[in-house]
Design a protein around this ligand. Structure first.
Ligand SMILES: Nc1ncnc2c1ncn2[C@@H]1O[C@H](COP(=O)(O)OP(=O)(O)O)[C@@H](O)[C@H]1O
Ligand SMILES: [Mg+2]
Length: 251
């Protein structure tokens, strides 16, 4: 579904992502792990278009997307969350979901001139969709709450909800388990599994190894910008190269 071929991203002399090649299978929940500074978030940013790769190719469903603008990649069917959630704190939870762009025709100049009725209709459709998403995420009772009042885990759910507005086929999650209490973590895992059963493919950066072991297959390991290995979670967990990478990172 997604193919990376020799993807690199340098910041000055630092090769944050260094010649990474791997592919994501449609329907899988792939984990992306590695010590801090391994280049995971930078890799996400190059896939999502926030950064143009220095070299290499990225194909989504067979089409090259490297170097395209974030909105183009988003419209092609890839949505992402951020390691640090970025809600509009003063706006309600429902508004935050509604504001996620869906490429509605109301954004386009011609439609504004020609079909105002259609735009009102789409605003209603937008709200209905956001309401359904909050229901799915069990956030309905918080719909009118300002987003700044949410806990870390609730914010992660809200971020997931925002991605769903665009009906993505691939979702990139950057540390969905970080700062989340165990109860909500279970909720988040259940929702990801449910969405995956409905056909959404996931690539998930995560440090919580329980979550990775439960949820992700295969697991891709990065270290120092490079792809270290890829395999089933059980194999990754006992691979000495992976242990070395983590211990080296901590030293
Ligand atoms: N915008 C940037 N400018 C310069 N260096 C960066 C930038 N973003 C990340 N880096 C560096 O690239 C490396 C990889 O970072 P990152 O992708 O955030 O790693 P990870 O998400 O695996 O912890 C780190 O050394 C980091 O300091
Ligand atoms: Mg990161």
């Amino acid at each position: 579904m997604l193919e990376l071929k020799g993807v690199s991203k340098a910041f000055g002399g630092l090769r944050a992502v260094d010649d990474v090649t791997f592919s994501l299978t449609r329907g899988a929940i792939t984990g992306l792990i590695g010590p801090n500074g391994a280049g995971k978030t930078t890799l996400f940013n190059t896939i999502a278009g926030a950064l143009a790769p220095t070299s290499g190719q990225i194909l989504f469903e067979g089409n090259p997307i490297e170097g395209k603008a974030p909105y183009q990649i988003y419209r092609s069917g890839i949505a992402r969350t951020f390691q640090i959630p970025r809600p509009f704190g003063a706006l309600s939870v429902l508004e935050n979901v509604m504001l996620a762009p869906i490429g509605q025709s109301g954004e386009r100049f011609w439609n504004t001139l020609i079909r105002p009725g259609r735009i009102r209709q789409e605003e209603h459709a937008n709200r209905d969709k956001a309401v359904k998403i909050l229901d799915f995420l069990k956030l309905t009772r918080l719909a009118d709450e300002p987003a700044r009042n949410l806990s870390g885990g609730q914010l992660k759910l809200l971020e997931l909800g925002r991605t769903l507005m665009s009906d993505p086929r691939l979702i990139l999650l950057d540390e969905p388990g970080a700062g989340v209490n165990p109860t909500l973590l279970g909720e988040i895992i259940e929702r990801i599994v449910d969405l995956n059963r409905r056909g959404i493919t996931f690539l998930i950066i995560e440090h919580n190894m329980d979550m990775v072991m439960n949820l992700c297959r295969p697991v891709v390991v990065m270290s120092g910008g490079r792809l270290l290995m890829q395999g089933d979670p059980e194999d990754v967990r006992r691979d000495p190269r992976v242990l070395d990478a983590y211990l080296g990172g901590a030293a």
